[in-house]
Each structure stands twice: as structure tokens, then as C-alpha cells.
Design a protein around this ligand. Structure first.
Ligand code: IMP
Length: 179
């Protein structure tokens, strides 16, 4: 693990190690296994950012479940663009199903608000939201979050699925932009 890295000419410093990340994922998965026993939830993974999280989390899920994916984008560089684009919509049937959204990070809450509108149109039985990271100081749009991995400061992060203009998603650890 490197203490600092450079991406797109910006310097980032280590914020959460792979070990801390995987420990948290184990405890989140244990909670999901308990809460959704016998409910066969649909885990709805929000691409691209949640790809690493979903892979590690789902390996720890022992209950019966289904998987579905959507692809949304709202960020440009290190800032929210204020506009959510749906690059791949919701295709699987979620009517009367318990849906658990798997999000990497909630910043302003705009992406999740837009996704909730799309999910609700399909009449699920219940919607729960898991976000691995939450920038609580930045939240503008209120969305209920049922499972939160870490509360993080309002700084730009990369790694473990999070990117800066497409770079850094493959990093095992999470880094914060150096001031
Ligand atoms: P929101 O719509 O403002 O809540 O932003 C949510 C989306 O923006 C996430 O799913 C990420 O794709 C992206 N995002 C928010 N904060 C960061 C960050 O610190 N680094 C990288 N991507 C981020």
C-alpha cells in the first residue's frame, strides 16, 4: 500500500486501507444476512463505482438473493455535475421484491434520489439502501440510508471503485485528495 499516489496530476493520501475496508464489509454483510433471511432480496448495484464493493460484499452474502445492475453518472472530475445521466436503466423485474441498493458513496444525494424515482416506478415491495461511504456534510437531497459503512469528510476520494475521470477505480485502498 502506498501512503501517497498521483492521479491526473493531483496528489492523494491514504485514507482507508484494504484491511479496514474488508473488515467493514464483513460486518455489513453479516447484518444483511440477518435482516434479509428468507426474503430473497434483489441487490441492485449502482455501476461503475460500486463494482469492487459489490464483489467483496456479495462474496460474504450467504442468503438467497438476486443481482441486478444500473449505471448512473453524475460526476465530472472532482465535482458533482448536478445532473444525473442514466447510462443503463433498470431492466430486471423488481415488482413486489425487496430491493437493496448498493452504492459506493452518497455525496449530495442527487444520484440516489434519481435512482429511487426509477425504482419506485416499478412497484417494489420495499427499498433499502446501503452506502459504503457517506459525505454527511455535503448531503443536499435527503434520502434514507439504512446501512452506512463509513461517514467521511467532504473531500474528494479515489480508489476501491471511486475514480477521478475514469482513473483510480482499481486501487485496493481509498485515498483522499491532499490539500
Ligand atoms: P451524489 O449524486 O452527489 O450523491 O454523488 C454520488 C456519485 O458521485 C457517486 O456514486 C460517485 O460516483 C460520485 N462521487 C461522489 N463523491 C465522490 C468522490 O469523492 N470520489 C469519486 N466519486 C465520487
Amino acid at each position: 500500500m502506498n501512503p501517497t499516489i498521483v492521479l491526473k496530476e493531483k496528489t492523494f493520501e491514504l485514507y482507508l486501507s484494504e484491511e479496514e475496508i474488508l473488515d467493514k464489509i464483513k460486518s455489513l454483510a453479516a447484518q444483511l444476512n440477518e435482516d434479509f433471511k428468507n426474503q430473497r432480496p434483489v441487490f441492485l448495484v449502482v455501476l461503475n463505482g460500486s463494482v469492487m464493493l459489490a464483489a467483496d460484499l456479495l462474496k460474504e452474502i450467504t442468503i438467497e438473493c438476486d443481482l441486478s445492475f444500473v449505471k448512473l453518472a453524475s460526476y465530472s472530475g472532482t465535482q458533482s455535475s448536478g445532473d444525473v445521466r442514466t447510462l443503463m436503466g433498470l431492466h430486471d423485474d423488481i415488482k413486489d421484491r425487496v430491493v437493496v441498493v448498493i452504492e459506493d458513496i452518497v455525496d449530495t444525494g442527487l444520484t440516489l434520489t434519481e435512482l429511487m424515482i426509477q425504482i419506485l416506478k416499478q412497484y417494489p415491495k420495499e427499498i433499502r439502501v446501503l452506502t459504503f461511504l457517506r459525505k454527511s456534510q455535503a448531503t443536499k437531497y435527503h434520502v434514507q440510508l439504512d446501512y452506512i459503512g463509513f461517514e467521511v469528510p467532504n473531500v474528494f476520494l479515489v480508489g476501491y471503485g471511486l475514480d477521478i475521470n475514469g482513473q483510480g477505480r482499481n486501487l485496493r485502498d481509498i485515498y483522499q485528495l491532499k490539500k
